[in-house]
Design a protein around this ligand. Structure first.
Ligand SMILES: *[C@@H]1O[C@H](CO)[C@@H](O)[C@H](O)[C@H]1NC(C)=O
Ligand SMILES: *[C@@H]1O[C@H](CO)[C@@H](O)[C@H](O)[C@H]1NC(C)=O
Ligand SMILES: *[C@@H]1O[C@H](CO)[C@@H](O)[C@H](O)[C@H]1NC(C)=O
Length: 287
């Protein structure tokens, strides 16, 4: 507890609700380790209307299955949902980068060329790294592990964050603390996964060793019934405009372990040990 008391973490996600992939880890960081966790959400989430109809009566009977109405209203609605989920997870601060959530595509060039202003995203991220946690900066940055099966927004959010960190390193920036970067996997993986086929090059390479957060761990010792699945479902259920989130979380995205990977980009034995210690501490706490 003492060792990580001042740990500052910045989480980068693409849409409001992506944080639910990391619910167990984030909840434990804030509740068991005393970490400060801040969150960047890159898009405004307006494209997520496909399964919104079930929530209409909660949101003033708006016809959220109508694309135009949905795009006008979802940014506001989903922001609120994220704040509610974040309250459960213990998120301290939010940074909304308001990039366009135009459409689903696994094609990252489409996101970079037609959907987001990548120059602006990089600038905003640098600003967040510089000022988000005052002069202390962030110790750890959690990004979505780039994967070619994934929503292009997810992949690009991770790649842009990684390439910004890479640039800070190359520039030998001294005014900004460079956090250690971890990638949280959206999918259940049998082995570490290297995303490589793109012009971002090797920044996304990960080490073989994987770190796990087990959602079957109990929130309290001897509390047989209550494990982190509860937190996962609580955070998912705040995203009522996303009608398919809970069904997916229970089936396609169902997992016992959240999987986190250490990027080779961190290139530092001490940083690796820091992550190892952090996860060992989490295992100890929940033993
Ligand atoms: C995705 O990555 C896997 C594993 O690296 C590879 O076998 C596959 O061809 C890739 N698919 C695409 C569409 O790039
Ligand atoms: C790195 O340095 C270049 C040239 O000075 C500058 O344009 C760029 O914004 C810097 N990038 C970062 C991430 O600091
Ligand atoms: C990813 O690729 C790098 C560079 O080839 C390699 O060093 C590393 O071991 C790979 N990681 C995995 C998990 O395959």
């Amino acid at each position: 507890m003492i060792q990580f008391a001042a740990l500052a973490v910045l989480v980068i996600i693409a849409h409001p609700d992506d944080e639910t992939l990391y619910s167990g880890f984030l909840h434990a960081l804030t509740h068991k380790i005393g970490a400060r966790v801040d969150l960047v959400c890159i898009t405004n989430g307006e494209g997520g209307f496909r399964h919104s109809h079930a929530s209409a009566s909660i949101y003033g009977n708006l016809d959220l299955s109508n694309e135009k109405i949905a795009r006008e209203n979802l940014p506001r609605i989903r922001q609120k949902e994220l704040l509610a989920s974040g309250q459960i997870l213990g998120i301290r601060k939010y940074f909304f980068y308001d990039q366009l959530d135009l459409k689903y595509s696994t094609e990252i060039n489409d996101v970079l060329e037609n959907q987001w202003n990548q120059v602006l995203v990089r600038q905003m991220l640098i600003e967040t790294l510089k000022t988000g946690n005052g002069a202390s900066g962030y110790d750890l940055m959690l990004v979505m592990l780039p994967n070619n099966q994934s929503h292009g927004h997810h992949t690009v959010s991770g790649l842009l964050a990684l390439s910004t960190i890479n640039e800070l390193k190359l520039n030998r920036s001294t005014s900004i603390k460079i956090p250690t970067v971890l990638g949280g996997s959206e999918f259940v993986l049998n082995q570490a996964y290297n995303y490589s086929s793109n012009y971002f090059g090797e920044i996304s390479f990960v080490e073989e060793k994987e770190f796990r957060f087990n959602r079957r761990w109990k929130l309290r010792k001897n509390s047989v019934a209550i494990d982190y699945q509860l937190i996962v479902l609580w955070s998912c259920s705040e995203h009522k405009s996303q009608g398919s989130l809970i069904p997916q979380t229970l089936t396609r995205l169902a997992r016992e372990n959240e999987q986190y990977f250490y990027f080779s980009l961190n290139k530092d034995v001490e940083r690796f040990q820091f992550i190892e210690n952090l996860f060992e501490q989490l295992i100890d706490i929940h033993r």
